[in-house]
Design a protein around this ligand. Sequence first.
Ligand SMILES: [Zn+2]
Length: 130
Amino acid sequence: MAKRCGRCGVPLEGIVYKFVVSTIFGIRPSEKDPKVCNKCEGAQARGIIKGKEIGKIEHYYGHLSVGIIELSAALKVGDKIHIKGHTSDFKQDIVSMQLDHQNVSEGKSGDLVGVKVSQKVHPGDKVYKI
Ligand SMILES: [Zn+2]
């Protein structure tokens, strides 16, 4: 049985690897972690997060269950986010958003928006749009 990438299952040796995978797709065994291919190596380093990082938690108002997100990309009401930090790791929908104490339907890069969060968050937690 030919060796395969432990993450995506692509063959890493044998005839399919030699003539298809490596030649056409440029896939090789990872130098850092030979159990996976070079395409999955970065994905492993990034962890299991899917989605795009769109900001980070700047502050948390526990009595309001509101997290302040410093946005590095656009975010709007209805988007689904994943908040991840050392002790935070959950997904939720954006049900409301505030900017300068006004309800808004979207925020853009550079904005500090307040969003209702379903769990406790911490400054520095990363926010991903999924
Ligand atoms: Zn792979």
